[in-house]
Design a binder for this molecule. Structure first.
Ligand code: ADQ
Length: 462
């Protein structure tokens, strides 16, 4: 019998990326991001394993050990990537769970691929986990895994965390095979969400679709108690604070400000290029402020960093074209030689560059139409050791529940974005500090380690 592990994480992606060296040799590097750095010590501490995809289509490489973790790759064919990942996960579930801000597409072959890939992940976890062990399944790509795993291994403790919003009952009801998805999640002992309302939506649906009788945070199902609760995710605060305190990063922030025009106030947007992030509405509001003369290209500049994402999906290609058209129009109309009102970067950045931008920005503009949490908001706050800077934050981001002293905004309302941008630009140093301090306290008290510990304690594993 092959080796088994006490604690197993199951996520669409493995916590590593394949890197090709100058000599053409291939190796694995740990993926950036808070989730990986939070889970890695826990997985390592429990002598644990991680089941996931490498990010490349084709046969799965052999399992291997790295950073004290056993990594077990699951292979996805080109067809699986098209149907399970880009199709059912990102063309159906992602838009529907984000208030259907883009029209979800429903395709039978996508659902079939989703089911068969979920089974592959569940089988890998069933084979790897020790008797009475714990499995933590992550996110919307793998919602059928808990039930499939429970069937194979009734002895396990199973947790599931959804990183994106969970939709209101009426929207969820649109999904073909909706009851099956719900039963998939009910295979877990603990189902975690970003916000309490999401947990309530889920529990309510168990009554409506399956005739169950949910009570507060629990529902009895199949002779077990399933708990559904909010666990708002956070960031690696220490990592961001360390970078923000680094003299090289601070020098880089000053250099950036200088390059962008020393006296101009700097507005900053940092998002994956995704239609849920409200980038178009933000640009529209900024363009109108320039057009009506409320702000001028001499006084302000917007840096918009958009990380390339899901670029094989048509909606994302179209979004990119629209955003770039809008940027071009604003710069064409309101720019001057050597001075543009929008600096648009369609690229990934390393953590130090990102934190330098946070330090340089007078106003961080985060206007998603819907977002599970939005970690960029928390990163900005964590970076501002000087208690300066202003945060404009959508009410529809999970982070709005915790960052209550931000300049909150309805991202669907361009007038309201304009109002919030001006309030933020006009806030003096005293007001900035008064708003920033409680947000910094909140984020420092609730970092990603605490999030992971809270979840695992509730699951009965700590
Ligand atoms: P995302 O939709 O990817 O996450 P977000 O929470 O903002 O959104 O996380 C993005 C991460 O990528 C941040 O850590 C940020 O620093 C980084 N990043 C963004 N742009 C970058 C760039 N150009 N270069 C390098 N890094 C960049 C999903 C959900 C969110 C939820 C998280 C975690 O959609 O709602 O908060 O998962 O649960």
């Amino acid at each position: 019998m092959s080796e088994t592990y006490e604690f197993v994480v199951v996520a669409n992606r493995l916590p590593v990326d394949e890197v090709v060296g100058a000599d053409g040799g291939r190796s694995w590097a740990r993926s950036p991001g808070g989730l990986v750095s939070a889970l890695q010590p826990i997985v390592r501490g429990h002598g644990g394993a991680w089941v996931g995809w490498t990010g490349q289509p084709g046969d799965a490489p052999e399992p291997f050990d790295t950073d004290g973790m056993h990594l077990h790759p699951v292979g996805l064919s080109e067809d699986d990537v098209d149907r399970y990942y880009e199709g059912q996960s990102n063309g159906t579930i992602w838009p529907l769970f984000h208030d259907a801000v883009e029209q979800p597409t429903h395709r039978r072959p996508w659902r079939q691929a989703y089911e068969s890939v979920n089974r592959r992940f569940a089988e890998a976890a069933a084979q790897l986990t020790a008797v009475d062990g714990t499995v933590w399944v992550h996110d919307y790509q793998l919602m059928l895994v808990p039930a499939m795993l429970r069937e194979l291994r009734p002895d396990l403790r199973i947790g599931f965390f959804l990183h994106i919003p969970f939709p209101p009952v009426e929207l969820f009801m649109q999904l073909p095979r909706r009851a099956e998805l719900l039963r998939g999640l009910l295979g877990a002992d603990l189902v975690g969400f970003q916000r309490p309302l999401a947990a309530q939506n889920f529990l309510q649906l168990t009554g409506r679709l399956l005739g169950l009788d949910p009570q507060e945070q629990h529902v009895e199902y199949d002779g077990r108690t399933v708990t559904a609760r909010a666990f708002p995710i956070s960031i690696d605060v220490a990592e961001v604070e360390k970078l923000a305190a680094d003299p090289d990063v601070q020098a880089e922030a000053r250099r950036m400000r200088h390059e962008l025009g020393g006296d101009r106030r700097l507005l900053l947007g940092v998002d994956r290029l995704d239609y849920t992030k409200g980038i178009e509405q933000r640009l529209e509001a900024y363009g109108e402020l320039l057009a009506d003369g409320t702000v001028s290209n001499d006084d302000v500049v917007l840096v918009q960093v958009a990380t390339p994402s899901r670029m094989r999906v048509q909606e994302y290609q179209e979004l990119r074209a629209r955003v770039e058209h809008q940027v071009g129009r604003i710069n064409g109309e309101f720019g001057a030689v050597g001075q543009a009102p929008v600096h648009y970067l369609f690229q990934s950045m390393n953590r130090a560059e990102l934190v330098a931008l946070y330090l340089a920005a007078d106003v961080m503009v985060i206007t998603p139409l819907r977002d599970g949490m939005n970690l960029v908001a928390k990163e900005y706050v964590a970076a501002r050791y000087d208690d300066q800077g202003a945060l404009v934050l959508s009410e529809f981001a999970g982070a709005a529940a915790e960052l209550t002293t931000a300049f909150q905004v309805n991202p669907h309302d361009v007038e309201d974005i304009k109002r919030a941008l001006m309030d933020a630009l006009n806030a003096d140093a005293g007001e900035q500090a008064e708003r920033m301090r409680p947000m910094r306290d909140q984020v420092r008290d609730h970092d990603i380690d605490r999030w992971a510990q809270d979840f695992l304690t509730a699951l009965g594993k700590s």
